[in-house]
Write a protein that binds this ligand. Sequence first.
Ligand SMILES: [Zn+2]
Length: 249
Amino acid sequence: MKLTVLGCHGPYPPPGGACSGYLLREGECNLLIDCGNGVLSRLQEHMEYYKLDAVLLSHLHPDHISDIMIMRYALAMAENKGLRRGPLKLYAPLEPGEEFERLPYKNIYSVEPLAAEQPIKIGPFFIQTRATVHAVPGLAMSIQSSSGTLVYSGDTEFFEGLEKFVSGADLFLCEANFQEQDLLNNPANHLSASQAAMVAASAGAKRLLLTHHHPDRDRKVSITEAQKHYPAVEMAVEGETYIVGSSVE
Ligand SMILES: [Zn+2]
């Protein structure tokens, strides 16, 4: 499977950047994971937006969902032009309820609640989820196909059982919004780069890609902190495509 990073910043993007959004492709299937601001624009650099098969939202914070509110207009126009038929499947946690209720728009999305530990199948992808520890209910995702396994942390602070969920990952896409300094002040809701690296190392993840970069924090510091625990760590780069496991076209 192929993972393209459309946006990797949070809670807001730097100039020219975008918030969380990842395109996962295998064969003819196009799955969008998270859809923060800037993602719809970036998506169109790689494919026609109306050819998406499904969208998975890890949680309902604006930096992960705001372009859902914009994509509906594009999809409505694509439907009018006959480019697309039927609603786009959109899987999202049910809470916070007021955010979930904002997702449906006419018949553009078919919104399905997605609970932790509720496996689903989308095209070639078998998806397992696990509740994270964050300010709102969130999901980590393990996405498996015949070519490999991607694990995405969603947004989370460290919790018991995270390593187990990550074990077997060909690629672990892990948020690292914090640095060691932040853990001294406000350790809630997010992981530091070093925590992400420790999880990847103890889970035996084959590759570690750090994401959810904070625009105010120096990436070199994050890399240095993570390398102590996982020397081959990489930082997600917007526009880059990563092969997960073996490449299957
Ligand atoms: Zn969040």
